[in-house]
Design a protein around this ligand. Sequence first.
Ligand SMILES: Cc1cc2nc3c(=O)[nH]c(=O)nc-3n(C[C@H](O)[C@H](O)[C@H](O)COP(=O)(O)OP(=O)(O)OC[C@H]3O[C@@H](n4cnc5c(N)ncnc54)[C@H](O)[C@@H]3O)c2cc1C
Ligand code: FES
Length: 360
Amino acid sequence: MSQFHPLTVAQVRHETRDTIAVTFAVPPELRASYAYQQGQHLTLRTQIDGEDVRRSYSICSAVQDDTLRVAIKRTPGGVFSSWAVDHLQPGAVLDVMPPSGHFNVPLDAANRKHYLAFAAGSGITPILSIIKTTLAVEPHSRFTLFYGNRASSSVIFRDELSDLKDRYLDRLRIAYVMSREQQDIDLFNGRITQDKCAEFLRYWVRVADVDVAFICGPEDMMLGVAAALQQAGMPKDAIKVELFAATGANGPRQARAHAATDAGAQQTEVTVIMDGSASSFTMAQNQESLLDAGLRAGIDMRYACKGGVCSTCRCKLVEGQVDMDINYALEDYEVARGFVLSCQSFPVTGKVVIDFDQAE
Ligand SMILES: Cc1cc2nc3c(=O)[nH]c(=O)nc-3n(C[C@H](O)[C@H](O)[C@H](O)COP(=O)(O)OP(=O)(O)OC[C@H]3O[C@@H](n4cnc5c(N)ncnc54)[C@H](O)[C@@H]3O)c2cc1C
Ligand code: FES
């Protein structure tokens, strides 16, 4: 099941003119379901003008905070974020899916690691959770954060970051990078691009000293920073990325012709395993994703973005083959283990079995 629970909004705090931090009250019987790891996100759902609207928002609280909080930044013209920033009040009830996502690494109190993070705008949300959780759990590890914004007024969590810096004087370094506000050090003026990142790595951080890098921001920044890190010698699997939206991510997928590998197979019998039970339906190949066909067949499959970005629809392909279009959410090792995004998967064999119960 897509597993939404109605949660009451306990607090709405305005972080900047266009960003709110929203804290949910979690009743005791749901605490286990809403326990989370740093860097995970929630899918929120509500009705706006009679439409079911669901979007993902990263958790900004730390695991040890015993709080469930997300931050929502208004996207100009955006349906959910504009509604939330304008109307969300304490006492409101939203449908919330339990935490999901893999934007983190396992922590260990014995680690002596140097973590690097690049965030832009609302991309700070999961990074804040990761920094706070990591510095508390790993007393010998340190973090360097490059945080891009237009100007000081748009910096989300400025006070909280400043408190963290005071608390972890020797273990947290923060460089604010401003694109529309002149700062004294020229290196920190402009946008975080591949060239800018290469300069940071030349003058500010030695890649050889870094164990893991986290990147969260617009797609062009993510690609640029990842390229600069790899060029400087960082292995790809030490770079963790989280994308909030990709070009065309919210658009409807155009049906395309996919070559069937089973000779003459035009229909696929799909079995969906979820919550320990199996449901089956038949779908035509090359026309719909597994997710759309499953929803049409009345199966309550999990999803949020339908654009290959959020990984909410992740499942394991246990039989048959699919053609997966866009994938911004799964890492190479997950694909190698057979995980697919059902919103982007088009069956190409006569029988396909997908399992939502296998997480690893
Ligand atoms: C894993 C993950 C984590 C995320 N975490 C966060 C987070 O912590 N904080 C956060 O703020 N966001 C986060 N996001 C992004 C969030 O899920 C939403 O995508 C974002 O809030 C925009 O949603 P929206 O409904 O406001 O915009 P949408 O209505 O979906 O619009 C998206 C874009 O389309 C444009 N658009 C909309 N309607 C039209 C139209 N009629 N014509 C032309 N253009 C149009 C909008 O201007 C906007 O640019 C996350 C996303 C993912 C996948
Ligand atoms: S629903 Fe977001 S990746 Fe499929």
